[in-house]
Design a protein around this ligand. Structure first.
Ligand code: GDP
Length: 440
């Protein structure tokens, strides 16, 4: 995410390191670089200029903080200002209605249907919500099918009325259906077009006026940079929407849309889409995003993702096993599966401070565990629970069965042993210390 921008900002801010004092000259130089980095990332020139002016004023007025190193101070100022520019605090969605109606708007291909499914799944996981998805694209039967597929994937009912050409009528019928069937959230996926046009705007405005949704969300593809910002402006002028959804942030996005959209439409980014799968949705936290842009990682999100997968009961069982030296390959396999549920490897590693930059050209296979899993699957139950019985003839058999080599089997066994030792060490309180350090 934003690799190029991160690199350039990093370079710009490095200039100040080694200087004893913040002076007008070195601040000006650094900020010129920062501004160039932002403009290269497709941030509107005026926004970039205002941004650097604010940082400059603050930097020169920071006598009190002169104890800090100038480089660090600048990083902090830039981070704080980036956070402000992207909205300051995270903004929630309004779910106060009964049912709460959420209207999705945006161009075709922006990721509306995908996001509708992700949001339905996100809310459904909150247990107290029972969403209903509504297909209101009356022009493309394929779009209705797509929503049905998405609904099935996330286990959420989809309301549609193929052949009905009136999206207002469909929306109203859907809300009535929701009331009758105990759905407390209604997510309406509307028709988009390839470019902003009058017919689309009139249609979505009519739906908006007729159903008075609690939330109107504008979905936009972050890869489109300045176009994303212009489209947002056009929709906001007509719809006065409540929030922005930035999709495709997992791609090769330059970052301009994420940074400038809030200040152009004065509406918060509420969620981001980070992949095609239904769980690739994140609440947008401006300060965490600023950390990521500045290559500082996002440890908080990483810990949260880990916590989502954390099962206390399982953890207790595991601890007992470790204490008794009975941690086997089956447990290991379970752990791998949990890690995989946390998201794509590259995405996870990108949240580790400093790692994003190192990994940007590395192609990380999401199935990096495939070989390991194959090896474990080729072991007998006895071998999995008591790995020390694995002698050389067993190793050969396992390698053959898993399509790997004896060397790879050896490597896994070695790593497994080391891991066992480490886990025993962590049992002595080291684990908690490590968690505390990460939260630090
Ligand atoms: P709609 O026309 O606005 O409903 O857009 P779709 O939901 O059909 O999405 C268009 C394409 O973008 C599809 O191929 C989606 O799989 C893809 N897509 C949507 N959201 C994301 C995302 O966050 N990341 C990536 N990589 N692809 C996405």
């Amino acid at each position: 995410m934003f690799d190029n921008l991160s690199d350039k900002l990093d370079n710009a801010l490095h200039v100040l390191k080694g200087h004893g004092q913040i002076t007008e000259v070195n601040v000006a130089e650094t900020l010129k670089e920062v501004r160039r980095a932002l403009v290269d990332a497709d941030v509107n020139y005026k926004i970039a200029k205002d941004f650097t002016n604010v940082v400059k004023e603050k930097a020169l007025g920071q006598d009190v903080l002169s104890a800090l190193k100038p480089g660090q101070l600048m990083v902090k100022l830039v981070k704080d200002e980036l956070t402000q520019l992207m909205g300051g605090e995270a903004a929630g969605i309004n779910l106060s209605g009964d049912p709460s109606v959420i209207l999705m708007s945006g161009l075709q291909g922006s990721g509306k249907t995908t996001f509708s499914g992700k949001l339905a799944s996100f809310l459904k996981n909150k247990k107290t919500k029972k969403p209903l998805l509504v297909a209101c694209d009356v022009y493309r039967p394929a779009a209705i099918n797509q929503l049905h597929v998405v609904g099935e994937q996330v286990g959420v009912e989809v309301f549609s009325d193929e052949g009905n050409q009136d999206p207002v009528a469909i929306s109203k019928a859907a809300i009535a259906h929701a009331k009758q069937n105990g759905h407390n959230v209604v997510i309406i996926d509307t028709a988009g077009r390839l470019a902003v046009d009058e017919a689309m705007m009139t249609e979505i405005s009519n739906i908006h006026a007729a159903i008075e949704p609690q939330e109107t969300l504008f979905v936009v593809d972050s890869m489109t940079g300045q176009d994303a910002v212009n489209t947002a402006k056009a929709f906001n002028d007509r719809l006065d929407f409540d929030g922005v959804i930035l999709t495709k942030l997992d791609g090769d996005t330059r970052g301009g849309a994420a940074i400038s959209i809030k200040s152009v439409v004065n509406k918060p980014i509420k969620f981001i889409g980070t992949g095609e799968k239904m769980d690739a949705i994140d609440v947008f936290y401006p300060s965490r995003m600023a950390d990521r842009i500045l290559g500082m990682g996002d440890v908080v999100s990483l810990v949260e993702r880990a916590q989502e997968q954390y099962d206390e009961e399982e953890a207790r069982k595991l601890q007992k096993k470790i204490a008794k030296n009975a941690f086997g390959f089956d447990d290991f396999l379970k752990q791998l599966q949990q890690i995989k549920k946390m998201g794509s490897m590259k995405d996870l590693l990108g949240m580790i401070p400093g790692a994003g930059k190192m990994l940007k050209d590395v192609d990380i296979d999401d199935d990096a565990f495939k070989g390991i899993e194959a090896i474990i699957h080729s072991m007998t139950p006895e071998e999995r629970s008591t790995p020390k019985v694995i002698n050389s003839s067993r190793k050969k058999r396992i390698a053959k069965g898993s399509g790997t080599s004896v060397q790879e089997v050896n490597q896994l066994l070695k790593q497994f042993n080391q891991m066992g030792k480490m886990m025993k060490m962590m049992q002595g309180g080291g684990g908690r210390q490590m968690m505390n350090m990460m939260k630090g």
